[in-house]
Design a protein around this ligand. Sequence first.
Ligand code: NAD
Ligand code: UGA
Length: 443
Amino acid sequence: MKLTVIGTGYVGLVSGTCFAEMGNTVTCIDVDAKKIENLEQGIIPIYEPGLEAMVQRNIENKTLLFSTDISKNLENCDVAFIAVGTPMGEDGSADLKYVLQVAADIGKYMTTPLIVVDKSTVPVGTADKVRATINGELKKRNSDIEFHVVSNPEFLKEGDAINDFMKPDRVVIGSDDEAATTIMRSLYSPFFRSSMDRLITMDVRSAEMTKYVANAMLATKISFMNEIANICELVDADVNKVRIGIGSDSRIGYSFIYPGSGYGGSCFPKDVKALKKTAEEHGYSPRLVKSVEDVNDEQKFVIAKKVIAKYGEDLSDKTFAVWGLAFKPGTDDMREAPAIYIIKELTKRGATVNAYDPKAMEEAEHFYLKGTPNVNYFAAKYAALENANAMILLTEWKEFRAPDFGELKKQLKSPVIFDGRNQYNDLKLNAMGFEYHQIGKKT
Ligand code: NAD
Ligand code: UGA
């Protein structure tokens, strides 16, 4: 098929490239000319394992093209995907300005029948707004070209995006038109070689809702476990053992019950808020969803509170080595990363932070921690430890999992670790002379 993907960020680039890999011809559009110029040369704007090679291969095969010009890329296109951002608006709702701008462009420039797909995460009712916007533009030019709006939310996670897209747990297609559903099914069928059961079709509004509910459910599991961690600490239980104890029940499962420094990223925080807002707009006050958010807002500060409890409010003569800045491993994405909140909390009290992250340092230095005083960036993890009062682990990158603890002890001023992701064995560390603080277990 001939596809156009509008918005070439995480979702647009991964989806476009994976569709190209399956033999479709895909043009990815973006308003960011520099991004498109780089992509044309096979340089990708994000760190995502495996993506750059796949992009380059499909550029060579001429199955993946890039452009800044939507007006020339809708003709004879079978499906156009809207994959632009839906950031949090001032009132907490999803800001649809980019989505509706693209809808207006589609209405202005489409010349042949088209299936328009909302792939961005959008609140219930957005497909109606997209349809109305396209119709408005078509009317202006007295055109009645046929089109259908389909909802096809994306469930990929950063760091494992290619795998998630190529081997999806499920694909959700919300469509009110049978012919459009058939085209979408045939587009996705190569991704389901053994069974098509996981290609789930439903009405548009339920598909739009499914995306928010999936993210809110995952965020709920995390906040629940973080709350339990805080209780465990008070009653002298070990949340790591409790986690294994409950996860072994197949009805609960092991995934997404790891306590830590709270969830971050470009999606959980904004999507939980947007779901709450949608409910409120319909006259319902969602207590559980609100609590998920409240627990997370506080959880981001738990590690900073532990540091302050040990060293006091004035940290002006203290230096902390921070290992991990990205909101999770496998990405350079710093959006809503707990590290931002924790580092600001410590430097606000005069502390110096020596930071190291395998991929997210540029993002941190030039955007998310820009202007934050007393933050130094180190090119290697052990170098960041030198003369620091303690090491604080905030992202569980694989390279932090089994470090040389002897080296850690040698470099640090005193052998103290604050672990915001519960990566280490406390008994082993205590035996080596470390003071080890973690989430959900008394030190
Ligand atoms: P992003 O910010 O990485 O990318 C959005 C891109 O759209 C940018 O490159 C921007 O320049 C471009 N853009 C904006 N307006 C445009 C226009 N009028 N025409 C063409 N391009 C335009 O965003 P993202 O992380 O890819 O997220 C996109 C959507 O997908 C969001 O709704 C998000 O919630 C959802 N989502 C994201 C993920 C994820 O892991 N990042 C996963 C699932 C769903
Ligand atoms: C999440 C979802 O997992 C994807 O399915 C979804 O498509 C995406 O949001 C989206 O809508 O954008 P992502 O944000 O990339 O993906 O990352 P996750 O792996 O879900 O992690 C989110 C946050 O939760 C991270 O900060 C992570 O550290 C935290 N987390 C995750 C925990 O604290 N504990 C866990 O057990 C799991």
